[in-house]
Design a protein around this ligand. Structure first.
Ligand SMILES: [Zn+2]
Length: 429
């Protein structure tokens, strides 16, 4: 285990990271608790703030007053500032997961316990993103699993509880329950105060630029999917799901830059399912988008973890610029088991903005996770665990020595895989 950490640290250091992140301390800072998640107070939205936060359709992100952060604390012209970007892969809801969360007394679902163990980590993020791979249209449309999902809307509450504040919805399941499912899903997410990207209820919403500012750093956000499982886009709403089209994405990156984004995240739902390495089309598209001005590509869809790489390119003014491509973050939550489908990764990335306004990507810390499923069929329990800590502390008493040996091997495989391209791209420098 120590060896794996050391290897990862070495690679992270080689790729230009300065702060010595360690998988041994994935929850450093946890316990300070409440202050991490911030959302810009609506009253302070500046004219150029074009995110969903300004559209007045959501009741607001309610926080205790002492936790409120605002940009007055981070004067832009007055020094360096740093914020934390975090993301996870697919949030899936297969039918066996539903009884695991049903509260018979209150007659509603409570998915919070699934996220209990990763919450302290996710709360370290200023921007904390997840790909929601299921409509959460609610009861009225009936719940369903694969292949046409619809999960309880209570999942939105759990995602908020877990520490997420940004949800991307452009994926192949976005239209599983039609345009109505898409609309209700967006309503339910916005009601919880999330910034949502990738699907839209109106043309205006689809065209709206999303820029989310934390600690004086403006992140522009885009999200697209390769397709919608053969379900046609609604004829009268072709904008309902953002589909990957290179020219469109490059145009949108340009619009965000013009609108003042300091860095740009492009969430891409792409790749080949169950493949450990990205395919050539993934690599070509992601690298092209970095060259076109994207800073981070946040990949999902293959249901297994694929590597990340950092690529060097040049900024508009000719200065060198470093982009981060994460090809796939695997399943963060699902009922899929075996062949590494029950593993995922949380990415923690430091974003730095200097006095001159130059924004750069700092250290990149992948934190492998595992969906622990206990109990018997029909009454499973689920818990997402930070894997290295779970293994080191033998956290789950029910697991045998053989189980732990197997988990250690899986962790080894995953760390090798995650970092396999990071080392390669480093040698090109
Ligand atoms: Zn998918």
């Amino acid at each position: 285990m120590r060896l794996i950490s050391t290897l990862l640290i070495a690679i992270i250091l080689l790729t230009g990271c300065l702060n010595g992140p360690s998988l041994d301390k994935p929850i450093a800072g946890a316990g300070t608790g409440n202050e991490q998640i911030s959302s810009e107070p609506q009253a302070e939205a500046k004219p150029e703030d074009t995110s969903f936060h300004t559209d007045g359709e959501q009741p607001g992100y309610v926080q205790p007053p002492e936790n409120k952060r605002n940009d007055a604390d981070y004067p832009e012209a007055d020094g360096d500032t740093e914020a934390v970007w975090m993301a996870v892969g697919d949030i899936m809801m297969h039918m066996p997961q539903l009884p695991a969360a049903y509260d018979k007394q209150r007659k509603r679902y409570n998915f919070n316990p699934f996220f209990e163990q990763v919450k302290p980590i996710l709360e370290e993020g200023d921007w904390t993103l997840a790909n929601l791979e299921t409509p959460i249209a609610g009861k009225s449309l009936g719940y369903s699993g694969f292949p046409r999902f619809n999960a309880p809307s209570e999942l939105a509450e759990a995602l908020k509880y877990a520490g997420f504040n940004i949800i991307t919805t452009a994926n192949n399941h976005a239209l599983d329950r039609g345009a109505e499912g898409l609309r209700l899903t967006l309503n339910n997410l916005l009601a919880q105060g999330f910034t949502v990207k990738g699907t839209a209820r109106s043309k205006a919403e689809a065209d709206k630029l999303t820029i989310v500012k934390h600690k004086g750093i403006r992140m522009g956000l885009l999200a697209y999917t390769y397709g919608t499982n053969g379900i046609a886009l609604p004829k009268n709403k072709p904008y309902a799901v953002s589909i990957i089209e290179e020219a469109t994405i490059i145009r949108d990156i340009g619009r965000l830059r013009e609108a003042g984004a300091d860095f740009i995240t492009v969430a891409l739902h792409f790749g080949t399912e169950y493949q450990a390495q990205p395919n050539d089309r993934q690599k070509a598209l992601a690298r092209k988008l970095i060259a076109a001005g994207a800073d981070i590509i946040a990949g999902s869809h293959p249901h297994v973890v694929q590597p990340y790489e950092t690529v060097e390119t040049t900024a508009g003014d000719g200065s060198p610029r470093r982009g981060l491509i994460i090809y796939s973050m695997g399943n963060f939550l699902s009922n899929q088991r075996g062949d590494m489908k029950d593993f995922g990764v949380i990415y923690k990335v430091r974003i730095h903005k200097d006095k001159s306004g130059m924004t750069t990507i700092g250290d990149v810390q992948p934190i492998p996770t595992w969906v622990y499923r206990s109990g018997l069929k029909g009454s499973y329990r689920y818990m997402i665990l930070p894997l290295e800590r779970a293994v080191d502390s033998r956290q789950i008493k029910e697991l045998t020595d053989a189980d732990y040996e197997s988990l250690i091997r899986s962790l080894d495989v995953m760390v090798q895989r995650i970092t396999s391209m990071a080392a390669a791209s480093n040698t090109k420098k």
